[in-house]
Design a protein around this ligand. Sequence first.
Ligand SMILES: Cc1cc2nc3c(=O)[nH]c(=O)nc-3n(C[C@H](O)[C@H](O)[C@H](O)COP(=O)(O)OP(=O)(O)OC[C@H]3O[C@@H](n4cnc5c(N)ncnc54)[C@H](O)[C@@H]3O)c2cc1C
Ligand code: FES
Length: 345
Amino acid sequence: MADTHKVRFEPVGIEIDADEDETVLDAAFRQGVMLIHGCKEGQCSACKSFLLDGDLQMGRYSTFALPDFEKDEGYVLLCRSHAYSNVEIELVNYDEDMIRSGLPVITVQTEVASVAELTHDISLLRLKLPAEHAFRFHPGQYVDITIPGTDEHRSFSMANISAAEGILEFIIKRYPGGKFSGLLENGLSLGIPLEVTGPYGTFTLRVSSDRRLVFVGGGAGMAPILALLRQMAESGNQREAVYYYGARTEGDLFHLEELAHLTEQLGGFRFVPCLSESRPPDWAGESGLVTDVLRRCEQNLAACEVYLCGPPPMIDAALPLLQDMGVPEDQIFFDKFTVTAAAED
Ligand SMILES: Cc1cc2nc3c(=O)[nH]c(=O)nc-3n(C[C@H](O)[C@H](O)[C@H](O)COP(=O)(O)OP(=O)(O)OC[C@H]3O[C@@H](n4cnc5c(N)ncnc54)[C@H](O)[C@@H]3O)c2cc1C
Ligand code: FES
């Protein structure tokens, strides 16, 4: 059996145990310590930290995520690091409230409860948890679903707010030939078992804040934002909020009835659909890319909390824009739906 070592995170002073055969990030997840992360595969640099002391060895990662000069300075990617002695690590990005409210990551066997079409390329997938499950998550978090017959997985955000009813609900964009999303066309019959690991993610509502909320989403990025709005409605949270949602055409919009209902329930909430391609003559929403609409419609975002979720080009366009518009980094939360790619050495 592999040896176990102590890993201490500074400046938060949290200590965990890590086996040599698990990454430090996985060890933290297992023990309910929710560190900031993204791809979990050495591609994005979200988990970059600084090694203060001890023997830490890294597996394969992308040099985009950790250039050689940073590695030489002592930076490490926690999603690729294994501890071979007691180690001390300085976290570069952290959110103390999040770290301490993490839920232990577990693996459960679910089965397909239903698959339905929301648009021509977006599906609603509902998975049934086993009767005696201990699965819990915070609204806005995601899980990894194993692709049947492989040891690969894909990440998907829950659109519902809890597993209390034994169901996990997902909004999934179908890519033709996509290893997982392609199965939604006709490969996922009711009752098919699917292995789910989670919960992961820090895209959760900072409930102690009363800042105005600005949500920006596109495509299946609706899922975790809908979860946050549903959470606000359930808890009677009346914070001022606006949701800019980008789609190509009117036919790409969905859940409009529920969004209209949420607008009635949530005192200060507005839903702003933005169409970037064809618009009907009587279109009452905004026109253009969602990021252009955001720039046009919002004069002062500096005091807002901004939640972004969607495909990588949308997030990559929004982050510098928000910086330009004066939003402090610690008031921006995002989940980027990165595509899984093979890591380089
Ligand atoms: C934290 C996180 C949460 C996510 N949550 C969701 C979610 O709630 N709903 C959801 O639909 N997806 C979500 N994703 C993306 C999801 O994990 C998969 O990457 C996506 O479904 C594609 O997987 P696949 O196996 O179908 O396609 P793959 O077999 O991985 O890819 C096949 C081909 O499809 C195309 N493709 C795949 N993904 C994209 C993309 N994003 N943009 C453009 N082209 C693409 C590419 O050409 C790719 O080569 C999330 C990703 C992350 C990291
Ligand atoms: S989470 Fe570690 S590099 Fe993306």
